[in-house]
Design a protein around this ligand. Structure first.
Ligand SMILES: Nc1nc2c(ncn2[C@@H]2O[C@H](COP(=O)(O)OP(=O)(O)OP(=O)(O)O)[C@@H](O)[C@H]2O)c(=O)[nH]1
Length: 186
């Protein structure tokens, strides 16, 4: 009985209560295994950092409960649209990360562009009239440091600076990215 309780506590400690996704603590616990796997495969581990656009405004205009509903639905959309080997995690607030083992930058870009589009075109008005949600995404390799997603965070910052609702890959030239939605950039 105690073992079942302990297992449940551990599962709860590793999952975000709102979205049901794994949380930051879970990611930290998995990283040593991932680094070991990467050393064996000699392939980089790509991370996609996602941050909902103008989420504060969504809370302000529609209320915190609708904000929570948006976060839950984004969690479901991520689970539905990442590749089967990818791991979506809620880092906190309106920030998510998807760990993409064994993905090339091109594959990661295609996957992230699909996620961006799914979020943009989701039936948000069914949640509440007038609601529209977009996401900015930065892709980069994780590194073996205290903040392994720092490069992806920098790429995300560029996506925000380029007008939001777009995907930017680290090391791609400014504005050309890998690649922003031309409709959004114009
Ligand atoms: N509803 C809800 N809101 C949250 C939660 N966690 C964080 N927030 C809110 O998310 C908002 C994030 O706002 P900002 O960091 O200013 O970001 P933003 O408005 O998305 O702006 P950009 O990222 O620049 O597009 C804040 O208003 C937080 O209160 C949550 O669990 N539920």
């Amino acid at each position: 009985m105690q073992r079942i309780q302990a297992t449940r506590w551990e599962a709860e400690a590793h999952h975000d209560a709102l979205t049901g996704l794994p949380n930051r603590r879970y990611m930290s616990s998995r990283l040593p295994d991932l680094w070991a796997h990467l050393k064996t495969t000699q392939r980089p581990l790509l991370a996609a950092m996602l941050d909902l656009d103008h989420f504060k405004k969504i809370n302000d205009v529609f209320g915190h409960e609708i904000g929570d509903a948006v976060l839950r639905q984004v969690g479901s959309l991520l689970l539905a649209h990442v590749r089967s080997r990818d791991l979506p995690i809620r880092l906190g607030g309106e920030e998510f990360i998807v760990l993409m083992p064994d993905a090339s930058p091109e594959q990661a870009l295609v996957a992230c562009e699909r996620i961006r589009r799914e979020i943009e075109t989701h039936d948000w008005p069914a949640v509440t009239a007038g609601l529209h949600v977009t996401v900015s995404i930065g892709i980069a390799p994780m590194d073996d440091t205290e903040t392994p997603w720092a490069q992806a965070d920098t790429a995300l910052y560029r996506a925000k600076a380029q007008g939001r609702n777009c995907v930017v890959c680290a090391d791609s030239p400014p504005q050309r990215g890998l690649q922003c939605d031309p409709q959004v950039q114009s």
